[in-house]
Design a protein around this ligand. Structure first.
Ligand code: NAD
Length: 433
């Protein structure tokens, strides 16, 4: 099949590359000139494990192309994916301006029957709006399909190539057939393709992210209670997760959820409910807990240092919103670092891959260390904010030798509290004895 992908970000680039790798001809379109120029020159604008190699392979085999020319890409395509951003709007709802602009451009460029797929995360009813936007500018036949994406940054290729399920909201038999064929190579192990109506598909995506965010906030609440009553959240987590009705994933307490999806999607789902006269109280609580959690480490540090952080120097390990990505959107590190420098402290931070995106957030208000130990020289404490693997087994004696005082605020519970105390560190985890 010939495919055009509109929006070459974390989702569009991964989807385009994986569709090309299963033999389709794929053209990825973006309005960002810098991004397209980099990709045409063989460079990859984002960090995602394994992606660069797969892009190179498919470019070499002439199945994957990059362009800013949307009309050219769309006019040749059987299937067009909309994978542009849907950021938070003014009242917490999803801002659809990029999706609807793309839809109109697609409508104007179509030359033959086309399946137009909403891949972006979009509120209930968007497929109808996209259909209207296209219908206004063309008389050519088309179908609009909702196909939300569930990939996780950091494991995006695996998630896309071997999805737990593929959700397809479609109202026509013709559209259903095309989508079934397109996804057949990715569901050979009998993972289901779930066909449904477009509204249910749209809502499924938000419900999934809201459920995951709820689990995180729930555990953060439980970890706060653990600290009060002298329990250890790690024991509680294992006791909970071993119940098959509950399961282990997404039960880790920490410094709050972030990223480009959970914060905006929880808000947008609440906004959709309000639009239909329903208040989802649970989601409000999920958000409130998350806001509290993002401030937790700075509050712990302020208390430990006697009420003031003025003039202190801190090391931070981890900037990206989670390991194995360079994405800084809504990263908890932003709250931690802004909290520290807002209280008069200085910060030197290390992240294995996110320094370049962090520079766009903090500029020269903090210093950047090229290796973890460099972020420890003369510091009053270390903050662990992202649980990169390389932070799990450091040389603790070397750390102690570099730090001015051996204090650790571990926002991801990567270290063992008992061992840390034996080694002579003053250690603060989340919800641990
Ligand atoms: P992104 O910001 O990385 O990429 C979006 C791209 O779209 C940008 O490069 C932008 O320049 C481009 N764009 C905007 N308007 C355009 C137009 N008219 N024509 C061509 N290109 C245009 O965003 P992302 O993280 O890939 O997310 C895209 C969508 O997928 C969002 O709705 C998001 O909620 C959803 N999603 C994201 C993830 C994730 O992990 N990032 C996972 C699942 C779903």
């Amino acid at each position: 099949m010939r495919i055009a992908i509109i929006g070459t970000g974390y989702v569009g680039l991964v989807a385009g590359t994986c569709f090309a790798d299963s033999g389709n001809d794929v053209t990825c379109v973006d309005i960002d000139e810098r991004k397209i120029r980099m990709l045409q020159a063989g460079e990859v604008p984002i960090y995602e494990p394994g992606l660069e190699e797969l892009i190179k392979k498919n470019v070499r085999e002439k199945r994957l192309f990059f362009t800013r020319d949307l009309p050219e890409a769309v006019s040749n395509a059987h299937v067009v994916f909309i994978a542009v951003g849907t950021p938070e709007g003014e009242s917490g709802d999803a801002d659809l301006q990029y999706v609807l602009a793309a839809a109109e451009q697609i409508g104007k460029a179509m030359k033959q029957y086309t399946v137009v797929v909403d891949k972006s995360t979009v509120p209930v009813g968007t497929a109808d709006k996209v259909r209207e936007a296209i219908r206004k500018v063309t008389s050519i036949e088309f179908d609009v399909v909702s196909n939300p994406e569930f990939l996780k940054e950091g494991a995006a290729l695996d998630d896309f190539l071997k999805p737990d399920r593929v959700v397809i909201g479609v109202d026509s038999e013709r559209g259903r057939k095309v989508m079934g064929e397109l996804y057949a190579p990715f569901v050979r192990t009998e993972n289901p393709v779930l066909f449904m109506d477009t509204r249910s598909a749209e809502l499924t995506k938000y419900a999934a992210n809201a459920m995951l965010a709820t689990r995180i906030s729930f555990m953060n609440d439980i970890s706060a209670l653990c600290e009060k009553v002298g329990a250890d959240v790690d024991f509680v987590r294992k006791g909970l997760g071993s119940d098959r009705r509950i399961g282990y994933p997404f039960l880790f307490p920490g410094v709050g959820y972030g990223g480009s999806c959970f914060p905006k999607d929880v808000k947008a789902l609440g906004a959709t409910a309000r639009e239909f006269g329903l208040e989802l109280d649970l989601l409000r609580a999920v958000e409130r807990t998350n806001e509290r959690q993002k401030k937790l480490l700075v509050n712990k540090a302020t208390k430990h240092f006697g009420g003031s952080l003025e003039g202190k120097k801190f090391g931070v390990w981890g900037l990206a919103f989670k390991p194995k990505t360079d994405d800084m959107r809504e990263a908890p590190s932003i709250d931690v670092i802004e909290g520290l420098i807002g209280k008069g402290a200085t910060v030197v931070a290390h992240d294995p891959v996110a320094t370049h995106s962090a520079k766009r957030v903090f500029g020269d208000r903090i210093r950047y260390a090229s290796v973890p130990y460099e972020a420890l020289e003369g510091v009053d404490a270390l903050f662990v904010v992202t649980e990169w693997n390389e932070f799990r087994h450091p040389d603790f004696e070397r750390m102690k030798g570099l730090m001015k005082s051996p204090v650790i605020f571990d926002g991801r519970n990567v270290f063992d509290p008992v061992r840390m105390r034996e080694l002579g560190f003053t250690y603060f985890g989340i919800g641990r004895r």
